[in-house]
Design a protein around this ligand. Structure first.
Ligand SMILES: C[S@@+](CC[C@H](N)C(=O)[O-])C[C@H]1O[C@@H](n2cnc3c(N)ncnc32)[C@H](O)[C@@H]1O
Length: 248
């Protein structure tokens, strides 16, 4: 594995629930052993950081008061314009799904929640929070998981895979996760950040402008929703990609 990965130390929590120190590994293609170790590291670092807290939003990786969570996560729900199935990739303790159900219900929209996370401990928390949906939660690495069905809405971040695998990952989600006519929601939680590397695992992309990033990868974007937290001047952007026919 690249040296930097092995030298990582979690030193502080920031808005993403963790901050890391370490050399950024070279962006050459990883071997399968290296890739395995990369995903193991993601799971270990995030799982440890999240389960150390009791507030549900902190168990999903966000520090600060609940208001910040609402400002920076409600835009995910705002991308949902009609009822249907919703898969949260990287669902952690399932709190985003829970909130999205509530936020969409306020607009008369009902979603059927599903979640997948690479961490068994976090998925256990999600199943405990929402026992009625226990069989809607899966422990898997989204990069190589084959879901049991396709979904109307799928949310992810690009930082769940190393930079060089982003294009393959997005293609895979569009082809195998999102049903035709459905939407892929790609969240960037470091939008406009002056130093987007803070809180990003070495090897993943630190993205300041998700629309530009997706354009370079060759994925047309249908629209986006933004969230802003004035207290810490944090912005998020959720890019909306349609799978095939227009979403209406
Ligand atoms: C910041 S939390 C996201 C929580 C919530 N979905 C949200 O958007 O606020 C990121 C989660 O993604 C999970 N994760 C990271 N890489 C993953 C992968 N390749 N496959 C599945 N889950 C992954 C982590 O274990 C962690 O629980």
């Amino acid at each position: 594995m690249h040296d930097g990965i092995d030298q990582l130390n979690a030193i502080l929590y920031d808005d993403r629930g963790f901050q890391l120190r370490g050399e950024r590994p070279a962006l050459d293609m990883m071997s399968s052993t290296e890739l395995h170790a990369w995903f193991d590291n993601v799971r270990n670092v995030l799982e440890g950081a999240y389960v150390a807290h009791s507030e549900p939003w902190r168990q999903s990786g966000m520090s600060g008061p609940e208001d910040r969570w609402v400002s920076l996560r409600k835009p995910v729900a705002d991308c949902i314009e009609r009822g249907g199935s919703f898969l949260d990739i990287g669902c952690a303790n399932g709190y985003l799904l829970e909130c999205c159900m509530k936020w969409t219900a306020e607009r008369g929209i009902q979603i059927d929640p599903y979640g997948v996370d690479v961490s068994e401990r976090l998925v256990d928390l999600a199943r405990k929070r929402s026992p009625q949906f226990a069989d809607h939660f899966f422990v898997a690495n989204a990069f190589n998981w084959t879901p049991p069905m396709r979904f109307d809405y799928v949310r992810t971040e690009l930082v769940y895979v190393p930079t060089e695998l982003e294009r393959e990952y997005v293609r895979r989600l569009l082809d195998g996760f999102v049903r035709p006519g459905g939407r892929l929601l790609i969240a960037n939680y470091t939008e406009d950040h002056p130093n987007p590397t803070v809180g990003i695992l070495p090897g993943a992309s630190a993205i300041s402008h998700i629309l530009d990033h997706l354009a370079v990868l060759g994925f047309p974007v249908e629209g986006y929703r933004d969230g802003y937290d004035p207290v810490k001047s944090r912005r998020v952007r959720i890019a909306i990609l349609n799978n095939g026919e227009r979403h209406s």
